[in-house]
Design a protein. Structure first.
Length: 92
């Protein structure tokens, strides 16, 4: 079991994720080992909101070529968290 403060790394603030905040969907970069249930519990505890659903994606970074060979980038995991109407998370 991962500590809840280590599960949520940072919010993802892109143009697409900011637009999805209008539909009460917030995007976070999370720990790759975290399950959907752990992500849901962490968001509910940290931000004090009720979570309706969690969708996750694992993004594999591209390979980079250096003098000493080819290096794989870090894999990252994003979680899209959906909240009920009337609740919001203040990110900025």
């Amino acid at each position: 079991m991962i500590d809840k403060t280590y599960i949520i790394k940072r919010p993802v603030l892109t143009e697409k994720s900011t637009a999805s905040m209008q539909e009460n969907t917030y995007t976070f970069e999370v720990d790759r080992r975290a399950s959907k249930d752990e992500i849901k519990a962490a968001v509910e505890e940290i931000y004090g909101v009720k979570v309706l659903g969690v969708r996750t994606t694992v993004h594999k970074a591209r390979q980079r070529r250096y003098r000493y060979g080819v290096v794989d980038g870090k894999k990252t995991k994003k979680a899209m968290v959906r909240l009920p109407e009337g609740q919001a998370i203040e990110l900025f």
